[in-house]
Structure formats: C-alpha cells, structure tokens
Design a protein around this ligand. Structure first.
Ligand code: ADP
Ligand code: ZN
Ligand code: MG
Length: 499
C-alpha cells in the first residue's frame, strides 16, 4: 500500500478593506451615510458620480484616520505618498477608475500581535493605503430565467439597481504578509484588526453593514518547508464566519489537489455563502491589467512630522494593552478582561463604574457585568449605548451587595428592575423594602419555625442526610422573603440543627 505521508500547511495573507467613518467622502464633500438606512443616491455629487471635468480634493480627516491606523500598527509612515488611478470598468465605478495608492502607499512594515490557543504571534503588515469605495449594485432577477428584456413593454425580467451613496467613501486597505498558518490565526488577525479599528474610532466595526471586508490569499505547502506556492484569492468575505469557512474550504481543496499530484491554478474566487463553496471568478489568463498611473489631478501627499507626532500623542490605549492592564491592575482573569475590553464602550463603562464614589472590588464588579448585566443585555438584545443602567448606578448596586445591605439574590432582582426602569439601586431597595435582614433574633425565630414545620426533614438530617440542610436553608430564605442575610441564616441553621 502506498501512503502519501506528506503533511501540508496553509499559507494565508489577508487584505482588509475598512471604511473610514469620516463626515464626508474621500475626494468630495458628500456626506458618508449609513449604507442600510439612507435612501439610495441621496449622497452623490458630480465628483463621486464621475462627471467629466470634476476634480478630487483629498479629505484631510480621512488621511488622519489612516495615519492613526498606521501608527497603531507600528508602520513606517511614508513622508510622501502618491495617489494612483486603478483603471477598470464596472457599473458601480462611474469614473472608470478608482483612486488608490499603489507604488507609494501611506505606510508600510507594521505588525499585529495575535493570540491563539498556542499563544502570541506577530503577523507582519505589509502596507496600509488609502483609496475610495465603489457604489453598490443590487441585482434583481424575477426568476423566470429569461434574458434581460425591456422590449415587451412590461417590467424587465432582470436588472441591476445602482446606489452611489458609497461611491467615494474613504477606504483603508491593510495588507498582511503571508504569515498566517491556520484558520484560527486568520480569524484572530481579522478580529484583532477589527478591535483596533474600533478602538481608534475610525470604523464602527459593524460587520453586518459591510464596513469591513476581507480578501483571503491562500496557498498550501508541505509542512515545515518555506516555499510559497501558487495562491488563490477569495474576494469579498463580509463576516468572520465567511472568512473562516472560505479559508477552511480552500485549504482542504488545495490539499486534496496536491495529494493527488495535481497543481493549484492561480485564480480569483468568490465565496458561495449558501453552498459553502468557492467558485472561480477569474483565472490568471483574464487577470485585470489595471494600468496604474499616478493620479494627475492630485498632488503627492506630504505628511509632516509634526502632524504625525500630534496623532501619535493622541492615540488611545489599544485593546491588547488595555486587556493586559485590566489583568494586572484589577486582578481580572484573562477571560473577563477579554470580555470587557472587546468593545471600547464596555471597557470604558467598567472603568467609569470603578471611579464612582462607592469603593467596590473590581473583580466583583466584573462578575456582575459579565454575568448578570450581559445576560440582561443579551436577552433584550441591546448594547451599552442604549443601556439604562449607568456605570455609577451599577457601582451603587454592587456596593450595596458588598456591604451586606442586600443579599446577592436580591441584588439580581434589583438589577433587573434597574435595567427596566433606569432607577437607582438604593431607591429600588428602599421603595420595595428589600434591605437585607441580619437581625439574629428575627432570623433565629424563622429558623425555629421552619424546623418545627418540617420534622421529617430534620429527622433525616439527623440520620446523616447532610443535603437536607440546603433544602431547609432554602425554606428559611423563602419565609424571610429573600431578604435574610444568608451567612447569618446558615450559621443559625447549623446551630439549631446541632442542638
Ligand atoms: P495582489 O493581490 O495585488 O497581487 P500581493 O501580491 O502583494 O498583492 O499579495 C496580496 C496578498 O497575498 C498579501 O496579503 C500576501 O500576504 C498574500 N500572499 C502572497 N503570496 C502568497 C502565497 N504564496 N500564499 C498565500 N498568500 C500569499
Ligand atoms: Zn460627492
Ligand atoms: Mg490582492
């Protein structure tokens, strides 16, 4: 029997397109509008509609956003970069070319540190450059399979709708070196980059709205070698899930080809979400020749050192640094720190709660957030932005539990009400008389009553069935309306059962 003993490993490089959420577009003063809610073609002018004779003007804020990213990724920023025309014809590109940067990009040679189960790894960033987005095409097919036909006087059977709101929106392209070796690493890179873009407040990170799109380059080689085999490129992956599935599919397909002694063809692929397969869009033979040349309507872009320093000085703390600080400064677990720093607004919320008047334990606060609060938020499907519980109010609640004013289970009830009504914790406790009762005579009385009412259970406890104590504890708590101090109840129960 012949066995092919060679093991294969994937080589993956990612190209990421991120829309920059500036007020206006890259080369004109049209507003950048929400791609989902804005009516089509309401943010368009002669410049972004590609009318002849119009001239582009660079959006300074878009450059600044690009530089923020470049600096956060520790890139070398080129003092001079050059805009170039990338020529191709497509209906969503009215000018017939896209303004991009080619030979002299905004910045180069950066890195992103990713974390996987195997630990940390540095993925090198090859380049970061500015360009403009295209319009959006929606293909409508009435489904009778016929040729497009408008001659019969009725509705055309299939046609495309064009929305130019997105045409000219600033795009930042971030290209990695082919440093990733697994689906997991590719996902970790994509997520780390999304988190960084969000922390820098240059992109909303709303993947469903298509504000971040991935292209994956994949080849496969014998494990442990350093050859770079022929790669394919999968276009337009719009979610982490699509990214993962498409890469996994390609690795398997290419590995099978190599095992069968066949070659991988260089091509551009699309991803069929419904069938979870890749399909060929273009082979090497019909690869585009973009005939790049420097954009004659724009001067080279000079980035002054002083501007760069100002941007650098104002960079926020990045997600990875913040996570580490949360672990060290607040003694959080890696898991909690990750949950809390995944979104800048959440991390801010946590730290604001800690700054409150009531001195509370950070670990306890983290537990209340990741447990109860996240649970309520998930159920209601809302984000921090629309949360009615302020950080100060949550701190107050946690403070009440910590000091024993209310017991933890009452705390949950109170938080649920705070979540609904937006009222303060102390206010709810006072209004509903939920204050914890620690009074020993009161508790001793209730314990005595419960023991008298349940002689059978008491007997079985005395016969050695320890677990009955928990049941009795529950009865006491219930009789006390959930307000009794659990520690006092437990001690008193133990004492009376021991008599
Ligand atoms: P283009 O797509 O414009 O041809 P490049 O040749 O610079 O651009 O490569 C684009 C991407 O392909 C980069 O992210 C790079 O890391 C990745 N890449 C290059 N060679 C390989 C390879 N052999 N296998 C997988 N990815 C690769
Ligand atoms: Zn415009
Ligand atoms: Mg490419």
């Amino acid at each position: 029997m012949l066995l092919n003993a060679t093991r294969y490993e994937p080589v993956i490089g990612l190209e990421v397109h991120a829309e920059l959420r500036t007020q206006s577009k890259m080369f004109c003063s049209c507003a950048v509008v929400d791609s989902v809610s804005a009516p089509p073609n309401t943010a368009v002018c002669p410049v972004c509609a590609g009318m002849p004779g119009t001239l582009p003007v660079v959006n300074q804020m878009a450059v600044e956003y690009g530089l923020r990213v470049a600096l956060a990724l520790e890139c070398t920023v080129n003092p001079v970069s050059v805009f170039a025309r990338k020529n191709y014809f497509y209906p969503d590109l009215p000018k017939g070319y896209q303004i991009s940067q080619y030979e002299q990009p905004l910045a180069e040679h950066g890195k992103i540190v990713i974390e996987t189960a195997a630990g940390e790894k540095v993925i090198r960033v090859r380049r970061v450059h500015l360009e403009e987005d295209t319009g959006k095409l929606t293909h409508v097919d009435s489904g009778d399979g016929g040729e497009p036909d408008c001659t019969d006087g009725g509705e055309p059977r299939s046609y495309s709708l064009l929305d130019l709101n997105r045409a000219g929106v600033p795009l930042l392209e971030i290209v990695s070196e082919p440093d990733m070796r697994s689906v997991e690493e590719a996902r970790a890179y994509a997520e780390a980059l999304r988190d960084i873009l969000r922390a820098l407040e240059v992109n909303s990170g709303d993947m469903e709205k298509g504000v971040i799109r991935f292209e994956a380059n994949i080849s496969v080689r014998p494990a442990g070698t350093d050859v770079f085999n022929t790669r394919v490129e999968i276009k337009n992956l719009n979610s982490f899930r699509a990214l993962e599935r498409a890469i996994a599919f390609e690795i398997e397909r290419q590995t099978r080809l190599l095992e069968a002694g066949e070659r991988v063809e260089q091509e551009t692929l699309g991803w069929d979400e419904a069938n979870e397969t890749t399909y060929s869009q273009r082979s090497k033979e019909d690869a585009h020749d973009y005939r790049y040349f420097p954009e004659p309507d724009l001067p080279p872009l000079w980035v002054e050192e002083a501007w760069l320093e100002r941007i650098r000085a104002n960079l926020p703390e990045l997600p990875r640094a913040r996570r580490r600080r949360f672990i060290e400064q607040y003694g959080l677990t890696d898991y909690d720190a990750r949950l809390l720093t995944g979104e800048k607004a959440l991390a801010d919320y946590f730290e604001r709660a800690l700054q409150g008047k009531s001195k509370i334990n950070p670990k306890m606060l983290a537990n209340w957030m990741t447990g109860e609060l996240f649970g309520l938020m998930n159920q209601a499907n809302i984000t921090v932005a629309s949360l009615r519980v302020s950080p100060e109010a949550l701190a107050e609640l946690v403070g009440l539990v910590a000091s024993g004013e209310i017991n933890p289970s009452t705390g949950k009830t109170v938080l649920a009400e705070m979540f609904q009504s937006g009222k303060g914790a102390a206010e709810i406790v006072a209004a509903r008389g939920l204050k914890q009762v620690s009074d020993e005579t009161f508790i001793a009385d209730i314990v005595r009553q419960v023991l008298q009412e349940n002689p059978k259970e008491v007997a079985s406890f005395k016969a050695g069935k320890q677990t009955v104590a928990n049941w009795l504890f529950g009865q006491v708590m219930r009789k006390a309306g959930g307000k009794a101090n659990p520690a006092v109840v437990r001690a008193e129960l133990e004492r009376q059962l021991g008599e």
